[in-house]
Design a protein around this ligand. Sequence first.
Ligand SMILES: Cc1cc2nc3c(=O)[nH]c(=O)nc-3n(C[C@H](O)[C@H](O)[C@H](O)COP(=O)(O)OP(=O)(O)OC[C@H]3O[C@@H](n4cnc5c(N)ncnc54)[C@H](O)[C@@H]3O)c2cc1C
Length: 347
Amino acid sequence: MTSTGSPPREVDCVIVGGGAAGLSAAVNMGRMRRSVLLIDERDRFVWKHVAHNYLGFPDGVPAVEIRRLGWRQAAKYGAQLLLGHVATAARDGDLFRFRVERLPEGGAWANRPGPIVPRDAEMAQIFGEVPDGGPIEVIARSVILATGVFGHFPEFPGRDQCVGRSLFWCIHCDGYESIDRVVAVVGHDEEAISTALDLLDFTDRVTIVAGRAEGFDVPSSRLADLAEAGISAFPCGVSEYQNSDGQMQALVLDDPARTRLAVEQVYTVRRSKAANDLARQLGLDLNPIGQIVVTSEQHTNVPGAYAAGDATSLHDHQLSAAVHEGNQAACAANYHLYRAVQRAPGD
Ligand SMILES: Cc1cc2nc3c(=O)[nH]c(=O)nc-3n(C[C@H](O)[C@H](O)[C@H](O)COP(=O)(O)OP(=O)(O)OC[C@H]3O[C@@H](n4cnc5c(N)ncnc54)[C@H](O)[C@@H]3O)c2cc1C
């Protein structure tokens, strides 16, 4: 790894990712009195959505607010929070070495929302930032990767305001918000077909649009299932997502008639991909779709390296699972840091 000139920071645990999983890990590592550095690129989790199924918030809680509460809690227990991009990770004997860079202009993620969390006084007070002087090097005795996933959302003007308000992909998260609404699903594969059929548990006003000129890519029997369920299917693309102030209004279809479907909500297929660059660099096992393989205690195949949250294959991708996995990863990393005398004989 290239030297950065300044002496490396040394900590008990580096946590990469400051979403629900990383922040939960930071709170718990801090409470176990470990020195923790959490590094986050800041800008992906923070779509303007409100989680309605997260326990303890009967009126729902904005994703941004969960993050903000998490910063406060982690900082209270001594975790250091750093804004930056972890560009490289390497094993060095029993240690882990990281190179952390300044965020590229506009953030490092493709297909992400704009910077929705403003750089306000609280953030400035809690977060350090990789300085202008160049990247920094960090050495840690353990690492927790909580890097989340890349999701794909259609690109259209007003998209960022619609995500989580009238543009969804997860029935488990948001189906309840679709009760008796006029909903269109955009997608050409089995995932889209089952989403449309599952939505009938919430509303009988469901339409599906393939979202591409080639039409649907499912057996004709599935199109028959849609017809039998009363779901109209349009085998064409979408040329316009009409919306205003976060509210979907209509889809203009890419068919000869330029059909305009009035809608209140749209579901798309997100095709999440685990953010696994650093996991690959550390030699962690990945499953066939690139998620980090972990045990139920968040161990990876590399001693001292743990993973939590959406980046793993363990649970459904939900806030509650991310918080649980972050907590578990902290317990496992803390155990890894125990002195020999603290371990059960033979462990
Ligand atoms: C629009 C939307 C609506 C949702 N609604 C709900 C809901 O209603 N209920 C629910 O339970 N769940 C919901 N979810 C899912 C929930 O948000 C996720 O399951 C949860 O955020 C996962 O947490 P995480 O910490 O694993 O990943 P994330 O929250 O994605 O955090 C990962 C973090 O890691 C950072 N990162 C990655 N790589 C690097 C790197 N190399 N260097 C520095 N930082 C890095 C990213 O910038 C990001 O901040 C929703 C998700 C979205 C996107």
